[in-house]
Design a protein around this ligand. Structure first.
Ligand SMILES: Cc1cc2nc3c(=O)[nH]c(=O)nc-3n(C[C@H](O)[C@H](O)[C@H](O)COP(=O)(O)O)c2cc1C
Length: 409
């Protein structure tokens, strides 16, 4: 048999020259890495290098053996879309209505406590990205920025406030008043924390409330001097909603979660807050039905990102059943383990109105502050839009119509 041979010629130096990228490496070792980051995981790797271990572990970790979190992530990897071809996908519209108002993409920012620990600008940096992208930002009760400070820093943000029913209802009322006075439109009531989760990573690192910083933790922090410098030159790290309450952290932490909270408290909350209420931390069809019956506007199917109970149901796996049971009564959001635009798209295809992200944006913040959070949304948007085009959907209702399933393996 005659073999095919390629004809050879002399190498073209100008052509080789033209292929070389002559940009000089930056003195900032992270600049190139940030530019080349493709996925949220890439940003997480940069985040890990830039922040002390105790802080990175606080974000990445889950409860006990972290089984719930790995199952939560695994469920997203098993999503399989019904892909349709031969459709005109030259124009893609990712916008969706959340509680009556349009967002550019149905990805919202979940409440996270202590955000200034991850990056010194903290909550306002995240809210600013949310505002610039027409998305929703939820501020945590355990935030390091108060409701008033957030409203002043980013007045045009669409902001929700996350609440716990506290041991003294009058304390909850005082926090609710701050949210109302600062123009927060929706209360997000977290209900999966009757008691605090057992976070072994944090305990091992000495990150408890109040913090017990062991000597090796001090050394670990000292290895990241820029992080250290940023934090300690930009104001005290505190639960800002409780500033001036004159209570030590340990006492406050003991007051924030009331293990005696029941459905009756949702009825109480409806009597003191006239705006929309979203219940976060629903993990069963029965509870979804019970809270929907009380007239709340939305629920977040959530296992707190696997940070509370380490053997609970996986939100994505119960989503289709919950949509069937209460999808015509309340809006249904989901969080936990959303680490890509395709994860978000999968949840929407299975019937969610929107997803919330926690760790994903914190990795962005730890990697590069506000610009890093912005990059997270742009990565997710690119993946989301690409996924829509490749499944033949041009808008969110077509995403839902096409649908998806969760493979067993
Ligand atoms: C560092 C961190 C702090 C959090 N703090 C709160 C909080 O104060 N209140 C709350 O309701 N949920 C809190 N959460 C849970 C998030 O709102 C959300 O449910 C979870 O992060 C979703 O999972 P994901 O991180 O895998 O996206 C926190 C999560 C993280 C990672």
């Amino acid at each position: 048999m005659r073999m095919i041979r390629s004809s050879r010629k002399l190498p073209s130096l100008p052509y080789f020259w033209s292929l070389i990228d002559w940009t000089l490496p930056s003195i900032n070792p992270y600049k190139g890495k940030l530019k080349r980051a493709q996925s949220i995981q890439d940003l997480a790797l940069i985040a890990k290098k830039r922040t002390p271990k105790v802080v990175f572990d606080y974000v990445e970790g889950g409860a006990v053996d972290e089984i719930a979190y790995s199952r939560t992530r695994d469920a997203f990897s098993r999503i399989e879309f019904n892909s349709r071809v031969l459709r005109d996908v030259s124009k893609i519209d990712t916008s969706e209505k959340i509680l009556g108002k349009s967002v550019d993409i149905p990805i919202c920012f979940a409440p996270t406590g202590y955000t200034r620990l991850m990056h010194h600008v903290g909550e306002p940096a995240v809210a600013n990205v949310a505002a610039s992208k027409n998305l929703i930002y939820a501020l945590s009760t355990m935030g390091t920025t108060s409701p008033a400070e957030l409203a002043a820093a980013v007045p045009n943000s669409r902001r929700w406030f996350q609440l716990y029913i506290m041991k003294n209802r009058s304390d909850s009322l005082a926090v609710i008043k701050q949210a109302r006075d600062s123009g927060f439109e929706t209360l997000v009531l977290t209900v999966d924390t009757p008691v605090a989760g057992l976070r072994y990573r944090d305990n091992r690192n000495g990150l408890t409330v109040p913090p017990k910083i062991r000597i090796n933790t001090v050394f670990a922090i000292a290895r990241k001097p820029i992080w250290w410098l940023n934090l300690f030159t930009t104001g005290k790290l505190e639960f800002a909603a409780f500033r001036g309450w004159d209570k030590p952290l340990s006492q406050l932490a003991g007051l924030i979660f009331d293990p005696a909270t029941t459905l009756k408290d949702i009825t109480w909350l409806r009597s003191v807050w006239k705006g929309p209420i979203v219940v976060k931390g629903i993990q069963s069809v029965e509870d979804a039905k019970a809270v929907a019956k009380l007239g709340v506007q939305g629920i977040i199917l959530s296992n707190h990102g696997g940070r509370q109970f380490d053997r609970g149901p996986i939100p994505l796996e119960i989503l289709p059943e919950v949509v069937k049971a209460v999808g015509n009564k309340v809006e249904i959001y989901i969080d936990g383990g959303v680490m890509s635009g395709l994860d978000a798209l999968g949840a929407i295809a299975l019937g969610a109105n929107a997803v919330f992200i926690g760790r994903a944006y914190l990795y962005g913040a730890m990697a590069n502050g506000e610009a890093g959070v912005d990059q997270v949304i742009e990565i997710m948007r690119r993946e989301f839009e690409n996924g829509m085009a490749l499944t033949g959907a041009t808008n969110i209702s077509e995403v839902r119509k096409n649908g998806a399933r969760i493979r067993s393996k």
